[in-house]
Design a protein around this ligand. Structure first.
Ligand SMILES: Nc1ncnc2c1ncn2[C@@H]1O[C@H](COP(=O)(O)OP(=O)(O)OP(=O)(O)O)[C@@H](O)[C@H]1O
Ligand SMILES: Nc1nc2c(ncn2[C@@H]2O[C@H](COP(=O)(O)O)[C@@H](O)[C@H]2O)c(=O)[nH]1
Length: 181
């Protein structure tokens, strides 16, 4: 199975590590999720996410178009099923970057995928990264940190843990765990 699922608490550096994997391994296909959250400055529809409204998202769920979906800090997120299934059928190595509830749903449906947890070097460093990113209000940061406690407690559910102490090293460890050859 050439599917790898990367999870980990908000702000740990999942997006940063995935960007490094793409830079070094263009053969890896990274799923573009749908979300109802608003784009951050610099985010483009269809690149970081497909930005949709709640009605569109609900319709996609109803039509079975999402492989998994979950609510996170007040917004819906989900993985479009068709593009992922097409890449997997072609034998392309695929990567999903999703939160814990979604990872659990994927594990239930595709148990032979590889599940990797990206962990912070420390709680203090996680808070520093999430705050330092400067993209969320203090209230949203609190919600995400609350959720991070639950995510960190689930680390043992994953097949492997990669500590994101250094982006290049973490990306190399992730690639070593993926079926990319
Ligand atoms: N190894 C690292 N060392 C120092 N800073 C890092 C490292 N990895 C990521 N960062 C920084 O941490 C912040 C959060 O990273 P990123 O947005 O990639 O996290 P994320 O896990 O994708 O978050 P979210 O789940 O909220 O989208 C960014 O400012 C990023 O530059
Ligand atoms: N279950 C899913 N979680 C997803 C998906 N796409 C992204 N995510 C996760 O949501 C949070 C918040 O993301 P952000 O971009 O608003 O910071 C983070 O943990 C992502 O990994 C998805 O399709 N399904």
């Amino acid at each position: 199975m050439r599917l790898t699922v990367l999870s980990g608490p908000s702000g740990v550096g999942k997006g940063t590590v995935v960007a490094e994997v793409r830079r070094r391994h263009p053969e890896v296909w990274v799923s573009v999720s749908c979300t109802t959250r608003a784009p951050r400055p610099g985010e483009t529809n269809g690149v970081e996410y497909h930005f949709v409204d709640v009605e569109e998202f609900t319709l996609m769920v109803k039509k079975g178009e999402l492989l998994e979906h979950a609510m996170f800090a007040g917004h819906a997120y989900g993985t479009p099923r068709a593009p992922l299934e097409a890449r997997l059928a072609e034998g392309v190595p695929c990567l999903l970057e999703i939160e814990l509830q979604g990872a659990r749903q994927v594990r239930a449906g595709i148990p032979d995928a590889r599940f990797v947890f990206l962990a912070p070097p420390s709680w203090q460093e996680l808070v520093r990264r999430l705050t330092g990113r400067g993209t969320e209000s203090p209230e949203v940061i609190e919600r995400r940190l609350d959720r991070a406690r639950t995510e960190l407690a689930a680390e043992s559910e994953f097949d492997a843990v990669v500590v994101n102490d250094d982006v290049t090293r973490a990306a190399a460890r992730l690639v070593a765990l993926m079926d990319t050859d």
